[in-house]
Design a protein around this ligand. Structure first.
Ligand SMILES: O=C(O)CCC(=O)C(=O)O
Ligand SMILES: [Mn+2]
Length: 372
């Protein structure tokens, strides 16, 4: 637990909430000295090297999804959080661009579901990228231009589409999970000691610079023995990882573009939250995230055109995208069908957000900022 956090909290109170508010505060800006940065992580009293299984993933398999050879990954564990693994940007130089483009251009497309579908007709959310690309970043003379659809995007669900109302997944609310994202998740979980991971659901969260994500536990999946995988792209964030109850003061850590977290074992069901988005440090800034040329080591992924990358850059210079990939079911198990009535309720739902007790909150605003 951070020294400062410990001194702020009195026994018995909701320590997580207090520290969430501390990092969310704008004025005066919070002291970030207690935030663990795995990027320049030197193993010490809090962090230690995590053991990976380099033999589980060949260099070719890793490169195919834009990852460095496993022996070159910088992976850490965190004292007091068994099963938590932080991999500091295992991506090959140049491969960020591919994944950012997938998150902004490809994954929001139908049949995937996004927050805009909750109040717009399918024809209007058919081509979010196409309808945003031109206007994004265009400065209209002094006047504020209307937000593009991409700027209004808050979440996208893949695979088993999470029902924000009932907090469940169901057999009849499912579309094909993207093969490339499954492949990426499969290689990472294999290297972390979880062979046969099956990517069955994902939630993409789109954060603007003033967004936050409230305190919650991801417990809707039916098999908690499988890890939860989290990818960050674009601007940085402060991530808070707590305990099994709100009285446990969380540890604060930075998540930068390309960082990957694996929450498994005892860490799979811990409280967590994102109180703040921060500008990326220089070494993860946009100019260092651009697409690889064919000669560069990231060149095995489908290339990102200059035109597409320019749009991604305009979006990502003030935004962060997080992807959490989940295995929902134990092998051989299936989900029940949802009665049609509750599916209809989903169509009236809205916007990512979580609140006390690990229950996901449905808010009617177009923001994923949640007061806790
Ligand atoms: O944005 C993040 O890093 C966390 C996202 C998250 O916790 C979730 O989608 O359940
Ligand atoms: Mn979560």
């Amino acid at each position: 637990m951070a020294k400062m956090a410990a001194s702020m909290v009195e026994s018995g109170e909701d320590a997580f909430r207090k520290i969430f508010k501390f990092y969310k505060r704008r004025e005066p800006p919070p002291d970030l000295r207690d935030v663990t940065d795995f990027c320049c992580g030197v193993p010490g009293d809090k962090i230690f090297p995590a053991k990976l299984d380099p033999a589980a993933v060949s260099d070719e398999e890793a490169a195919r999804v834009g990852l460095k050879p496993v022996r070159d990954w910088r992976a850490f564990g965190l004292q007091g959080y068994p099963g938590f693994i932080f991999i500091s940007n295992p991506f090959l130089r140049g491969s960020h661009a591919f994944w950012i483009r997938q998150c902004l251009k490809t994954y929001p497309q139908k049949p995937n579901i996004c927050n805009l579908d909750m109040h717009m007709c399918p024809a209007d959310t058919q081509d979010i990228w196409g309808r945003s690309a031109h206007d994004l970043g265009s400065a209209s003379s002094g006047k504020r231009r209307p937000k593009t659809l991409l700027e209004k995007l808050r979440w996208v669900t893949l695979g088993y589409h999470y029902n924000w109302d009932t907090k469940t997944y169901s057999a009849n609310n499912h579309t094909v999970f993207p093969a490339d994202l499954h492949s990426l998740s499969f290689q990472i979980t294999a290297a972390c000691g979880f062979p046969e991971f099956s990517s069955e659901a994902a939630i993409l969260n789109y954060y603007r610079s003033d967004s936050s994500l409230g305190i919650h536990v991801d417990e809707s999946e039916l098999d908690h023995t499988r890890p939860l995988l989290s990818f960050s792209f674009g601007q940085s964030a402060i991530f808070l990882l707590g305990g099994t109850c709100r009285q446990d003061a969380p540890t604060a850590m930075f998540m930068h573009s390309g960082d990957v977290m694996v929450m498994s074992g005892q860490s799979r069901l811990l409280y967590h939250a994102v109180p703040r988005i921060l500008p990326a440090p220089q070494e993860r800034a946009l100019e260092n995230l651009g697409p690889a040329s064919a000669q560069q080591d990231g060149g095995v992924l489908e290339p990102v055109s200059d035109e597409d990358w320019a749009v991604c850059c305009r979006y990502i210079q003030s935004s962060r995208v997080n992807v959490t990939v989940r295995q929902v079911l134990a092998p051989g198990r299936s989900l029940p069908e949802t009665p049609p009535a509750s599916l209809q309720r989903t169509a009236g739902g809205q916007v990512v957000g979580y609140h006390d007790g690990g229950k996901r909150k449905r808010s009617n605003s177009d923001s994923n900022t949640v007061e806790t």
